[in-house]
Design a protein around this ligand. Structure first.
Ligand code: TRP
Ligand code: SF4
Length: 405
């Protein structure tokens, strides 16, 4: 049982501004972000420093795509009323925490992260033997820990980074979680819960610490989770006091693995900019039509009269995303018997994508017509994020001996 996992309800995720967003981002990431807004306190940010780790030679793409990326988020339904939307480099506390965490992070931990070697192999045309690139996952850890986020929605390729974050947080708490007046502060925090809850807390703490009663531990954690009138840092203090592990300053986050909706691209591979098989969220209707119409199909269907096999056709992968089971049954039959042509079959996909993009593009246009409105949303988000980040960095400075102010 892990008692140091964060009990809070905060979600944090970021995206690198390295070009136009496409349908792969929408189906694979954004729809999930939008859904999470209903149940979590969400922080979503433009990871411009992370983009620099790979695009340092020509950063123009970062400047160009940062605001556009936020516009696409807003247009698809990320709601600034529910979520804090901001730019990483506008919250310099991330960088300070990154520096401080770098002091305690063993080099081997970074060298062992799989994406380090993978990406260097994959992006052969870039020199990624840099200090910044090695530190990529630790900067990501700082992004997460500066908000004490409980949950990080990521794809499979990022799970190792969240795992590193947990290890770094654990090491940090181990070194610095023993405040001198921990017990006194914990006892004071207990009182804030009210008589009845305080008694229950003391009772389950005793049962766990004296008899190893893990059920009592769960009750205690649930009790802390339900407390409205204690601060986050008191909650973490009481969590540490409950299990005897000292105060948790940086809680360990969990990844929320996105139910891997691998949006297929135009060629049967996963949709990705590096495969050049994307449909952008801003693609014109004419381009959508052209791109779908020129998609490869089952190579056995040379003439309209040749029967085909949907299992061998990349268009069929798109039907899995867009088409009802009922219609798919008819199309599959039609393909296998040559009753329908590929042009007919593709028209369903064209219509579905156009229907999907139409309202998004209308909202993109509204935001493009009101850039100062967009900038206000971003500015407000940056400020709100900074408020939270400053609280954390102050605590971190204090426990790391940086008290001379
Ligand atoms: N590395 C992430 C990606 O490439 C982007 C990112 C940066 C991120 N910082 C983060 C994601 C913090 C989640 C949490 O997709
Ligand atoms: Fe592919 Fe549809 Fe043509 Fe069959 S009919 S080969 S599924 S595009």
């Amino acid at each position: 049982m892990n008692t140091t996992i964060s009990q809070n309800n905060r979600v944090l995720s970021g995206m690198r501004p390295t070009g136009l967003l496409h349908l792969g981002h929408y189906h694979g990431v954004l729809k999930n972000w939008i859904e999470l807004q209903h149940s979590y306190e969400c922080f979503y940010f433009v990871a411009d420093w992370h983009a620099l780790t790979t695009h340092y030679e020509d950063p123009s793409i970062i400047a160009e795509s940062s605001r556009d990326m936020v516009i696409d988020w807003l247009a698809t339904g990320v709601n600034p009323g529910n979520s804090t939307i901001f730019i990483q480099s506008r919250v310099p506390e991330h960088a300070e925490l990154h520096t401080l965490l770098s002091m305690i992070t063993p080099l081997g931990w970074l060298e062992r992260v799989p994406s380090y070697k993978d990406q260097q192999d994959k992006l052969k045309d870039r020199d990624l033997a840099t200090y910044g690139f090695l530190g990529y996952p630790l900067l990501q850890s700082a992004d997460i820990l500066i908000y004490k986020a409980g949950f990080v929605p990521v794809g499979e390729d990022q799970v190792a980074h969240v795992e590193l974050t947990r290890e770094v947080a654990r090491r940090f708490n181990h070194f610095y979680g023993k405040e001198a007046d921990f017990e006194k502060k914990a006892e004071a925090a207990i009182k804030k819960m009210g008589k009845k809850n305080a008694r229950l807390y003391k009772d389950v703490r005793k049962r766990f610490q004296e008899q190893g009663d893990t059920e009592a531990l769960s009750i205690g954690k649930a009790l802390l989770g339900s407390q409205q009138n204690i601060s986050l840092s008191d909650r973490e203090r009481l969590l540490g006091y409950l299990d005897g592990g000292g105060r948790i300053i940086l809680p360990e986050p969990q990844s929320l693995l996105t139910a891997s909706s691998k949006m297929p691209g135009l060629d049967g591979q996963k949709m990705s900019k590096s495969y050049n098989n994307t449909i952008s969220l801003r693609e014109s209707p004419q381009n959508v039509e052209k791109k779908i119409k020129t998609m490869p199909t089952d190579p056995a269907r040379i003439r309209r009269t040749d029967p085909g096999d949907p299992a061998k056709c990349p268009v069929w992968d798109l039907h899995q995303v867009y088409t009802s089971d009922e219609t798919k049954k008819i199309l599959s039959e039609g393909c296998k018997t040559a009753a329908i042509g590929c042009i007919d079959c593709k028209q369903y996909i064209i219509d579905a994508i156009l229907d999907e993009l139409k309202p998004i593009q209308a909202r993109v246009k509204d935001y493009l017509d009101d850039l100062s409105g967009v900038d206000s949303i971003i500015n407000e988000g940056c400020e709100a994020a900074r408020d939270v980040a400053q609280d954390t960095i102050e605590e971190v400075r204090k426990v790391m001996g940086l008290t001379f102010r």
